[in-house]
Design a protein around this ligand. Structure first.
Ligand code: RB5
Length: 143
C-alpha cells in the first residue's frame, strides 16, 4: 500500500498517479486534500509521513505546487527521508543511496508523463544496501 497526499495544487497529478498505480496493481491510500480549496501542505505531509512510519503504508508520495514545501515539511519528521525528484536519475539514486521512504513531486513543475516515469523508477528501485550508504543514513537518523 502506498500513501499519497498533496495540497490543492496536487489534485490532477495525484488522481493521475492513483490511476496509474491501480493499473499496475498497486493500491494507494489517498490522504487528501480532496478539493481545490486552499490548504496547508504540512498537514498533509504529516498524515502521509505517519502512515509510512506506522507501517500502515510501505512508502509515500507527496505533491504540492513545487514539491518543495511539502518535502521540507515531511523531512522535519524523524524517520522520514523525503526526496523531491524532477528526473528519473534522481529517483533511482535516492532509492539506491538514501533509501528514501517518501517521494515528493512538484505538480506545477513536472508534467504528468514524466511524473509517472519518476514514480515508477522510484517504486521499482531497491535500496542498494551498501555499507557506506547505510552508515550515512544512520547518521541522518541520529540528527
Ligand atoms: C501553494 O500555492 C504552493 O505554495 C504549494 O503548493 C507549494 O508549491 C509550496 O511549496
Amino acid at each position: 500500500m502506498i500513501a499519497i497526499g498533496g495540497d490543492h495544487a496536487s489534485l490532477e497529478l495525484k488522481a493521475e498517479i492513483i490511476e496509474h498505480l491501480k493499473g499496475r496493481g498497486i493500491e494507494a491510500k489517498d490522504f487528501g486534500t480532496y478539493t481545490k480549496e486552499s490548504c496547508d501542505y504540512p498537514d498533509i505531509a504529516k498524515l502521509v509521513a505517519n502512515a509510512v512510519l506506522s507501517g500502515e503504508c510501505e512508502k509515500g508520495i507527496l505533491i504540492c505546487g513545487t514539491g518543495i514545501g511539502i518535502s521540507i515539511a515531511a523531512n522535519r519528521i524523524k524517520g522520514i527521508r523525503c526526496a523531491l525528484c524532477g528526473d528519473c536519475f534522481s529517483a533511482q539514486a535516492t532509492r539506491e543511496h538514501n533509501d528514501s521512504n517518501i517521494l515528493a513531486l512538484g505538480a506545477r513543475v513536472t508534467a504528468g508523463g514524466l511524473a509517472l516515469k519518476i514514480v515508477d523508477t522510484w517504486l521499482d528501485t531497491p535500496f542498494s544496501e551498501g555499507p557506506r550508504h547505510k552508515q550515512r543514513i544512520a547518521k541522518i537518523e541520529e540528527m
